[in-house]
Design a binder for this molecule. Structure first.
Ligand code: DGL
Length: 268
């Protein structure tokens, strides 16, 4: 059981930012990553659809013997993690609660901004999670749907992206927040741009980092950490075009991805 892999899934490539943080913090853990590249984006889809996709992926990963499931996708975390937690017999971790806790710990003014996909923002999942940690915190939210394609295009540091970020974030700047949650897998790649737009007084919370810490806490709390350090294995599956995943994925993972298999999901 301890040597069994952690299953990590995302709508596509972006969840590699979460995998990167997990493998940095827990270098001995074996992992299996599934990116649902055939059906990305999740951010503009309904709760029912994202929930159904998430269960199909969970079943695929469960058949491969995972000891824990991590929903690296913010939209899947917002829409599907509650039911996955209820129905699966292994620990399930989403990115929303760890990100919300980190933001509440960070804020001094008790004014937190949250940015994410349309689905994540519509679900109010971050606001609910933040309020459940501290009801006196105020949240200010904004969907930024153009950020995902801009990052995938490789334009994270382009002036076009800075202009668009300015347009999206103007209203949050006016809300006097001191903390901003990057509530989407792709946004950690925009840290520099977002930080320039928001100014030095606003701390950016990367849900990927806080999720990795939560994975470690839960594994060690349940005696499930992999003790053997024989070099962890990381396998990758996608539901469409492994080639594109390997090329674009490098930017998210920070190193070369050697191989990705094609996963045939029920319903895909
Ligand atoms: N992975 C998604 C998220 O974090 C972003 C991409 C998508 O819309 O599927 O919400």
């Amino acid at each position: 059981m301890k040597q069994s892999p952690i299953g990590i899934f995302d709508s596509g490539i972006g969840g590699l930012t979460v995998l990167k943080e997990i493998s940095k913090l827990l270098p001995d853990e074996n992992t299996i990553y599934l990116g649902d590249t055939a059906r990305v984006p999740y951010g503009s889809k309904s709760k029912e659809t994202v929930e159904r996709y998430s269960f199909e992926i969970a079943n695929f990963l469960l058949k491969r013997g995972i000891k824990m499931l991590v929903a690296a996708c913010n939209t899947a975390s917002a829409y599907a993690v509650a039911r996955l937690k209820e129905e699966l017999k292994i620990p399930v971790i989403g990115v929303i609660e760890p990100g919300a806790r980190a933001a509440v710990n960070m804020t001094r003014s008790k004014r937190i901004g949250v940015i994410g996909t349309e689905g994540t923002i519509k679900s109010s999942a971050y606001t609910k999670a933040i309020k459940s940690v501290n009801p006196s915190v105020s949240t200010f939210v904004k969907a930024c749907p153009l950020f995902v394609p801009l990052v995938e295009e490789g334009w994270a540091d382009d002036s076009v992206t800075e202009t668009i970020a300015g347009r999206y974030l103007d209203e949050l700047k006016a809300c006097d927040i001191d903390t901003l949650v990057l509530g989407c897998t792709h946004y950690p790649l925009l840290k520099d741009t977002i930080s320039r737009v928001m100014g030095k007084g606003v701390v950016l919370i990367d849900s990927a980092e806080s999720t990795a810490a939560e994975v470690m806490r839960v594994l060690s709390g349940n005696g499930m950490l992999n003790g053997s350090n024989g070099g962890a294995s990381h396998s990758f599956f996608v539901t469409d075009s492994p080639e594109r995943f390997l090329t674009v994925g490098k930017r998210f993972f920070g190193e070369d991805l050697k191989d990705a298999g094609l996963a045939l999901l029920e319903g895909c």
